[in-house]
Structure formats: C-alpha cells, structure tokens
Design a protein around this ligand. Structure first.
Ligand code: FE2
Length: 387
C-alpha cells in the first residue's frame, strides 16, 4: 500500500502552551509575524495569550482580525491586500477553524501572486505552495485545521464551499493549548466537538484509510467519545477539555491523511446555502449518513462504537453498529442539534436547493471516499430524509 503522509513539522501540545509562542517562532527561525484572528478573540482579550509573550520577547506583530465565520473569498482577498506591504516572515493563525482556514487561504493566495483567485485552487486542483511558514493555534476543539492540509473557503460568486487541499494549506507548526478552549460557548463546544468526532469516524471508515491514519483516528475516538457530552455540560472540566482538544488535533491528523467522506461532502453545501455552522450541518447528517453507510463497512463502524465507548468490547459487530446509530441520535438530542427545519430553513428553499447541493457534494470528491458511494439521487434522498 502506498501512503502519502502529511503532518506539521512540530506541535507543542498542553495547557499553557500558547505562552511558549516566542520559543516556537525562534525554533522556526522567524521573528516578524502577522497574526490572523477574528474580532471576538480581540474583544474578549484571548489574543493577549499570545500577544503578551510576543511583547515580552520583543517580537513586533501585525494583526488582521477582519475574518468572518465560514470564510469567504472576498475576505481572503482583503487579507492578502492588508498583508501585501507588511514586512512579515510568518503567519500565526489564532482562533477557531474559520480564522485558521482564512490564514491558510491568505498564505496560498499571497504565494500565487497578482490576478490569482481562490477558486483556481479548489479540488481537483492542488494548492501545494504557500508564501510563509504558518503556525496554527486553535481555540476550539475543533476543526483540527491546525493539523490538516485543507482549507474550506466559500466562493461568493457561486455560494459554493470550496475544498482546497495541498501542502500550502498545511501549517508548519501548531500550538495546541486546551486552556484557550475553556471559555468557548456551549453551542460552539457542541458543534466543534461533533465536527471532530465526525473527522475521526469518517477517517476510520474512509476508502483512503491507511495504518497511519487509523492510528490517529482510533486515538481520537477514544478521547472524543467519552468527553463530548462532558465538555458541553461541564465547560470548566479541565480534563475533559484537554481530552477534546487533543482528540480534535488527532482527528485532524487522521482525516488529513485519509480524507473525510459523505458527511462532509453533503455538509459543505448546507453550510454554503443556508449558513449553518459547519459542525452543526455535520451533526444534522451524521445519523442518516451512518445508517446509509453502515453495512458497507460494518466492522469499522462497530470498532468506532467500541472505541468511543458507545458499545462494550464484548458486542459483536452487528450489535455495536446498531448501538452506534442509536448513540448518534441520542447525542444529537443531548447536544440540542436542530433539524434543518428546526434551524429555520423553509421547506421550499430546502427542496429547491437539493439538486444543486447534491451536485456540489459530489463535485467535492468527498463522497467517493465513503464506504458506500452514492449517486445524486441517493444524496438527494438523504437530504430529504433529514429535513
Ligand atoms: Fe469538519
């Protein structure tokens, strides 16, 4: 089996690790960072967790904080213009998945030079080149973006969430500090946690899974499964926050090397057309897509259920698979995940958009990694089912 492995060169993981940002830059031989973050990180003061140690080390830094949730191409272009004349030698991406994905995209577009557009890089094209070393510091657990070779950017011209993949999107280094996630609101904690769980599950059942991605996916499921509800109910539980943060990074490493599958393929169009947060649209789909796919990879789904603590080790595959389906439904209930209808999407809009969403889901390539590969009609059937 040929394996192509992608991972950051260095990761500093642990409570308080963000305070070691200056040491990280020193190790990488860089000293003039642009910080890409979002306005909330600035207004809440969380950004000071890295600004203070940078100031202390006498490292000047510029900040671009005009990022938006579920990043769009126009904001990326604005970021490239903002950074054009700055004397910088690296980028620090600080925040949830959106600022990190934004920073990656700015870095790719900056390298491409004048006239390049974000859509030039969407899959099946590759984005192997970036301008500067990028250090990612996630504040949610999480998209795993700090550990992946992917960024997802919406094309404002077509309302398409474009998957952009390549070495150019892979951070050179990451700092994974669970203390940054302690004050994340419950809704975001749930959404990003389900996203991380979905990454681990989809990586384990992916047709592109390999022994290395399996190792990451299994370790991630063991950490995320038992802690997902705990961080939602007990936001101050440090052990659970630490487990989720590490689990999310491991899940990122898993899917960066095995790819995601049908849940993500169908989830991106929901996000693009109806502005549903990424983790939430995953959660809306997860039970139905798992039911559709289960028997095509039953031993893997059953293993995932056991690793996550949803089924005892003694359960045979059939029973463990059934428990997984049950648990995914219960999880959505416990984490207050709405259906598209309860989210406020009108039936007529949902029905009208389904064919476009199905086309875009297939075009992303992710459904081709699913244990059972659907056609457009089957994808539309699942969209109809979850409404
Ligand atoms: Fe995701």
């Amino acid at each position: 089996m040929d394996i192509s492995l992608f991972a950051p060169r260095h990761m500093d993981i642990g409570g308080g690790a963000a305070s070691r940002i200056a040491a990280m830059l020193h190790r990488l031989g860089v000293s003039r960072p642009l910080i890409v973050t979002d306005p909330v990180m600035v207004s809440l003061g969380l950004i000071d967790r890295i600004r203070a140690p940078l100031d202390q080390a006498g490292i000047p830094h510029a900040i671009f904080s005009d990022t938006v949730p579920e990043p769009v191409d126009t904001v990326i272009e604005a970021g490239v213009r903002f950074a054009a004349d700055l004397d910088i030698d690296c980028i620090i991406a600080f925040g949830g998945g959106s600022p990190i994905d934004t920073a990656k995209a700015i870095n790719i577009l900056r390298a491409a030079g004048q006239g390049a557009r974000m859509r030039d890089f969407k899959v099946p094209h590759t984005a192997d080149h970036a301008a500067l070393p990028l250090i990612a510091i996630p504040t949610t657990a999480g998209t795993g973006s700090e550990a992946t070779r992917f960024t997802v950017i919406t094309d404002t011209g077509t309302d398409e969430k474009m998957l952009i993949a390549g070495l150019g999107a892979l951070p050179v280094a990451a700092i994974v500090d669970f203390e940054l996630s302690m004050s994340v609101p419950a809704r975001t904690t749930a959404d990003t946690g389900i996203d991380a769980f979905t990454h681990a599950l989809e990586a384990l059942v992916s047709r592109r899974a390999n022994p290395i991605s399996d190792g990451y996916a299994r370790a991630a499921l063991r950490l995320i499964g038992p802690n997902l509800r705990t961080v939602y109910r007990e936001p101050d539980n440090r052990a659970a926050r630490a487990a989720m943060m590490l689990g999310a990074t491991l899940a990122g490493l898993a899917f960066s090397n095995a790819s995601v599958a049908l849940v993500h393929g169908m989830s991106r169009p929901i996000g693009a057309h109806f502005h549903v947060p990424h983790g939430l649209s995953n959660a809306m789909l997860l039970p139905a897509v798992t039911r559709y796919s289960l028997n095509a990879a039953l031993p893997r789904y059953a293993e995932a259920a056991r690793l996550a603590g949803f089924a005892p080790d003694t359960d045979a595959d059939q029973l463990a698979g059934a428990r997984l389906l049950e648990e995914l439904e219960t999880l959505n209930h416990d984490l207050a995940v709405p259906t598209p209808s309860a989210f406020g999407i009108a039936r007529s809009d949902w029905d009208r958009t389904q064919p476009t969403m199905a086309t875009q889901a297939l075009a992303s390539g992710s459904p081709a990694n699913n244990p059972l590969i659907p056609d457009e009609t089957q994808i539309m059937k699942i969209y109809a089912e979850i409404y």
